[in-house]
Write a protein that binds this ligand. Structure first.
Ligand code: G6P
Length: 608
């Protein structure tokens, strides 16, 4: 979603801003713009489309400015046009603003401002805010921003500059992340650390309700109520090569191939083979507190929601605790029943998903203990939860989540073992489960060797208009995730279903043009899945099976097989999803799709 970059220092600002915007491209956007502080005033350049369109407009022009802000916009209010792109300006072109989030009371504010003579020219909610700042401007930008924000309802991460205040950026946060990058004689702001990582690793995360006044040599942080805040500088552990493609054609492919490492990171130091109890100290819960848990609710969005479904199977099976999984967007708007001894988990790669954050707040209001399973350290969700487990997958840039998904499952598996050990699982059972998890990274490596086989399948079916994904038991959510991956990046209509449900509807779709992907492992439901395969075959469907190594029988029943190694049934999703990620990737490549930034999607959905 929308991205912000700002620079003030001694270097030319424009290349730094453009580089920063490019680092944020992965978040998804549809227009881009910059504004530079120059001696003659503020110069704004913006355009619908990708950043290279902006670069074409800028080509050949020479900007000396050492101070500016920039933005990538993901349209919410108003179409993605040149005019609606950020930055937005006040009536006199003296104040410029970029904004992530949504100003919810913009209509009421617009009426008020127009009555006072402001000329509003775009369809955006953002433009209202810059006019509101103008309305309160009396020579001090920070104070004008503060006065305006008091009147605003909604969410924002903003950066503002003013033609009368050289070398100053004012930034503020409420519901949309912002980070300050600490440099030497220069400072940065960004909505995501990856935008400034090539310049500094020392950052200050702005908290909700904070306003920062940033110059080349200092930054002062206050709250909207004018309390002074002492900045906490944190060191980013991510390196630059972690956010670069490293020889792969796309981030998504790089991230698929990183999974043996990222899965290793998700268990590193956590598998305790003496007692068969994973060490998950971040949960901040004692064993007796874990024993008291009577019900678990897991809430999340998108791929993280699929991981939650898999977590449900794992926890119910290993710990025998009832689990409910709910979309965060639904959870936040009902009146969820939260009882004593309920434990709520939220899962989020980015840690910034608006619906998931709102679900946390709703659950906390009802007195729940909320734990997070997050990737991004220091993210809003990581900070608002009572404890949790980081998945340590490193930056995930491809919009279609892959490595974060498997790492989320790996963490859920350890939580399930931990809770099981607090109940009926013996030490030996715990140890055996952890040993199985320890083998997973190597097994994923082995599956990645099947890529050429998966690519050949993609070549046969990439022109299909529909795909069906079927699985049973714990591999039903894998079918959902396989279908989601395909539709996200190839725009092929794909549905995931529990294999046995097929006969209650989707079977009507099956003919010789319909590829049906079965997760058909040698597990407890194998025979049942074979019957479902027969039902598809009888209707001439094209069958692709993800099967267990050594299951030679299945080759006779289907058109294509990808074999994967054995693990415990309960951990099979960690393996069965890998060929499905590769299949989606290769189909999308063959269809010439934009793999890392699929249309209309955003990596981090910070609006409702
Ligand atoms: C967006 C992304 C998905 C992601 C979902 C939830 O829709 O495109 O890949 O699964 O948000 O994001 P989160 O960061 O909370 O896991």
């Amino acid at each position: 979603m929308c991205g912000i970059v700002g620079y003030v220092g001694y270097k030319q600002a424009l290349p730094i801003l453009i580089e920063g915007l490019k680092r944020l491209e992965y978040r998804g956007y549809d227009s881009a713009g910059v504004v530079l502080f120059e001696s003659a005033g503020l110069t704004g350049i913006k355009s619908a489309g990708k950043i290279n369109r902006l670069e074409e407009i800028l080509e050949g022009r020479n900007y000396d400015s050492k101070h500016g802000i920039a933005h990538t916009r993901w349209a919410t209010h108003g179409e993605p046009t040149d005019l609606n792109a950020h930055p937005h300006f006040d009536c006199k072109n003296e104040i410029a603003l970029v904004h992530n989030g949504i100003i919810e009371n913009y209509r009421a504010l617009k009426v008020l401002l127009e009555k006072k003579g402001h000329r509003i020219v775009t369809d955006t909610d953002t433009e209202i805010l810059v006019h509101l700042i103008e309305q309160h401007y009396e020579g001090d930008l920070t104070e004008a921003v503060r006065a305006a924000l008091i009147r605003v309802e909604g969410t924002y991460g903003i950066a503002v500059i003013c033609a009368h205040e050289p070398g100053k950026i004012v930034a503020a946060r409420q519901g949309s992340p912002l980070v300050l990058g600490h440099g030497d004689g220069e400072n940065f702001i960004a909505s995501d650390v990856s935008a400034i990582l090539s310049h500094t690793k020392r950052v200050v995360y702005l908290n909700e309700g904070e306003i920062a006044t940033v110059t080349a040599d200092r930054y002062d942080i206050t709250t909207t109520e004018k309390l002074n805040i002492t900045p906490q500088i944190e060191e980013i552990s991510w390196t630059l090569d972690m956010i670069e493609k490293g020889g792969f054609d796309h981030f998504m492919l790089k991230e698929i191939h990183e999974q043996p490492i990222t899965l290793g990171n998700a268990i590193r130091g956590r598998l305790n083979f003496d007692e068969g109890i994973p060490r998950l100290n971040g949960l901040n819960l004692q064993y007796d507190q874990l024993r008291q848990v009577e019900r678990i609710i897991i809430t999340a969005c998108g791929t993280s929601w699929h991981a939650a479904l898999i977590g449900e199977y794992m926890i119910e099976e290993l710990a025998r605790i009832p689990v409910e999984v709910e979309y965060a967007s639904e959870f936040r708007y009902r009146s969820p029943i939260i009882r004593d001894n309920d434990l709520l988990f939220v899962i989020s790669q980015s840690g910034e998903t608006a619906d998931t954050l709102a679900a946390i707040r709703e659950a906390k209001k009802k007195g729940a203990t909320v734990l997070g399973i997050c990737n991004v350290v220091g993210s809003s969700i990581a900070r608002e939860t009572d404890g949790g487990v980081y998945i340590h997958a490193g930056p995930e840039i491809g919009v279609a989540s892959t490595k974060a998904f498997t790492s989320q499952i790996m963490v859920l598996a350890q939580i399930a073992v931990l809770l099981g050990r607090m109940r009926h699982l013996s030490a030996q059972q715990g140890i055996d489960l952890l040993r199985a998890l320890q083998r997973i990274p190597d097994q994923v490596e082995q599956i990645l060797q099947t890529e050429s086989q998966v690519k050949a399948i993609a070549e046969e079916y990439y022109k299909s208009n529909n795909f069906l994904y079927l699985g049973r038991g714990i591999n039903f959510p894998v079918a959902l995730e396989g279908a989601l991956k395909l539709k996200e990046i190839s725009y092929i209509h794909a549905e995931g279903y529990p294999a046995a449900e097929m006969k209650h509807g989707p079977i009507a779709l099956i003919d010789q043009n319909m590829p049906v992907v079965f997760i058909a492992l040698k597990d407890s439901v194998h025979d049942k899945v074979l019957s479902n395969i027969a039902e598809v075959k009888a209707r001439n469907g094209r069958l692709i099976a993800i099967a267990s190594i050594g299951d030679n029988e299945i080759s006779e029943r289907v058109n294509h097989v990808v074999q994967i190694p054995h693990t415990l049934d309960i951990f099979t999703p960690l393996l069965s999803i890998i060929p499905l990620q590769l299949l989606a990737y290769h189909v999308a490549v063959l269809r010439g799709c934009h793999i890392d930034q699929p249309r209309n999607l955003a990596k981090s959905v910070t609006v409702e």
